[in-house]
Design a protein around this ligand. Structure first.
Ligand SMILES: C[S@@+](CC[C@H](N)C(=O)[O-])C[C@H]1O[C@@H](n2cnc3c(N)ncnc32)[C@H](O)[C@@H]1O
Length: 226
């Protein structure tokens, strides 16, 4: 009987160092497993505004695949209308959240997500490209991908130690036309609202900290108004 041999995945892409594995359990999931797991919730990965949070996101192996799937849908639906593509690609990006305790991982994750979004944006919008929208995309990623401790729900310093600042997530939603609303909640409150079983973002209730509304191409101005 012939035994089919499968080629093992290269370990180097999954592990940075033995020390990091020991200290933080840092082993990245291979693409094949990521896709197999995402296929279990395929419909949700293809819904433009379905929200995903990875509490130990590493460099974003799951989140980049989710963004790619969402952007494929946005492209299929809106490739002939740059403005609609722009608006919906921002919505897709804004639905993706991550936390990692290691600052370099959170940074890499943000960069990977931005690169994927920006490539799709450039390929569809070409001459309609708007630098303000690119700044909004970067602003969303700064807020959505947090360097923090998903167990204590606090932000961490450069050594991975808890600070006094709670992790805060923004709920983004289009409220009319091109106006996007941002409501900030502490991670702790979101966990309480979801009764520990799931992350809930209640649109009309809950103890949100602050609320902003602005054109989706100028979200980065929000903090200046605060
Ligand atoms: C097993 S890796 C998984 C990374 C990613 N989810 C993947 O599948 O490729 C675990 C990740 O969790 C992070 N981590 C460990 N403890 C954490 C904590 N308390 N809060 C947030 N992230 C943590 C590590 O830095 C590491 O990147």
């Amino acid at each position: 009987m012939k035994v089919q041999k499968t080629k093992p995945e290269k370990n180097s892409a999954q592990i940075k160092s033995k020390e990091r594995v020991a200290a933080h359990g840092e082993v990245f999931t291979a693409e094949r497993e990521v896709n197999a797991m995402l296929d279990l919730v395929k419909q949700e990965t293809e819904r433009i505004d379905s929200r995903f949070l990875e509490p130990a996101c590493g460099t974003g192996n799951f989140l980049v695949k989710i963004l790619e799937r969402k952007l494929d849908v946005v492209k299929k639906k809106y490739r002939r209308s740059p403005l609609d593509f722009e608006r919906n690609s921002v919505l897709a990006l804004s639905s993706i959240y991550g936390v990692d305790i290691l600052a370099d991982n959170a940074e890499t994750c943000r960069n990977r997500l931005f690169k994927i979004w920006n490539k799709a944006y450039k390929s569809v919008c070409k001459s309609d490209l708007n630098e303000d929208t690119q700044k909004s995309a970067q602003f969303i990623l700064e807020r959505n991908i947090v360097c923090g401790n998903a167990l204590s729900l606090m932000k961490v310093d450069e050594n991975g130690n808890d600070t006094d600042c709670p992790i805060v997530f923004s709920e983004w939603a289009f409220v009319r036309g091109n106006t996007m609303q941002r409501k900030d909640y502490t991670f702790a409150d979101l966990m309480r609202i979801g009764e520990g079983s799931e992350l809930a973002m209640p649109s009309d209730e809950g103890n949100f900290l602050t609320q902003y509304t602005s054109d989706y191409r100028r979200l980065w101005q929000d903090d200046k108004q605060a």
